[in-house]
Design a protein around this ligand. Structure first.
Ligand SMILES: C[S@@+](CC[C@H](N)C(=O)[O-])C[C@H]1O[C@@H](n2cnc3c(N)ncnc32)[C@H](O)[C@@H]1O
Length: 214
């Protein structure tokens, strides 16, 4: 078999193998990011952790509207190690436009911040991230953090506990930590229940990790 055919076959096999482990209806939102490296890192984390999509609130119009165009962007492709090829990214002009779209599709949002904010504020490990069938997890900008408007329109605020002298984690790093926990819980839920509200329990839960070597 030609190398190109072999590689296409491997890609198809990998895409099939990872499909059951992807978290349904889980979206990561980055609000007004200024550093392309962080956008690439979040896309990479989203892809690696089995999160469904990335939405970017991009009032400066730094990203193209069309994902197909973004997939061809060399800088993002390089930083995300090609994850942008496989992970759907959609941009919005404003925080409200993104919330309107998410809410219309039935998504509940939670925001993240190193600070106590909003209606309810919890540490990451205190949360149950399977309660909402459709969940969007928001990350704020590098300089300002999550906006007051996003806090206002979200159900709660999640913090990664910190034990150092610095104020916050980097955007890319915090997305990796938060999405790991959220995706792990939702994968576990999907493995045990077919339906929302803990209904349709499977007799034997599906695996939540891939067999070694797959
Ligand atoms: C560099 S931080 C922003 C720092 C900003 N000065 C602030 O007050 O939030 C960028 C984003 O990473 C996430 N983040 C950083 N540290 C976090 C933490 N300890 N817990 C949860 N999210 C965190 C938040 O989404 C934050 O908006």
């Amino acid at each position: 078999m030609e190398d190109a055919d072999k590689s296409r076959k491997n890609v198809r096999a990998r895409a099939k193998a990872i499909k059951p482990f992807r978290c349904k209806h889980l979206i990561a939102v980055i609000e007004n990011p200024s550093d392309i490296k962080n956008i690439g890192t979040v896309i990479r984390n989203v892809n690696a952790l089995g999160v469904e999509k990335v939405y970017v609130v991009d009032p400066r119009g730094a990203l193209p509207d069309d994902w197909q165009e973004l997939r061809g962007d060399r800088a993002i492709s390089k930083i995300s190690v090609s994850a942008v090829k496989w992970t759907f990214v959609k941009r919005f002009d404003s925080t409200d436009a993104c919330f309107d779209y998410l809410e219309q599709k039935g998504f509940v949002s939670i925001v993240t911040s190193p600070h106590v904010k909003g209606k309810a504020s919890i540490y990451l490990d205190e949360g149950n991230y399977t309660v909402h069938p459709k969940l969007a997890v928001w990350f704020g900008s590098e300089a300002i953090g999550i906006s007051d408007r996003a806090v206002e329109r979200s159900a709660m605020c999640v913090s990664v506990p910190m034990f150092g002298m610095i104020e916050s984690l980097n955007l890319g790093t915090s997305s990796g930590i938060v999405l790991y926990e959220v995706a792990k819980q939702r994968r576990d839920y999907q493995s045990r229940f077919r339906l929302r509200g803990q209904k349709g329990e499977r007799e034997t839960p599906l695996p939540t990790v891939m067999a070694a070597g797959e």
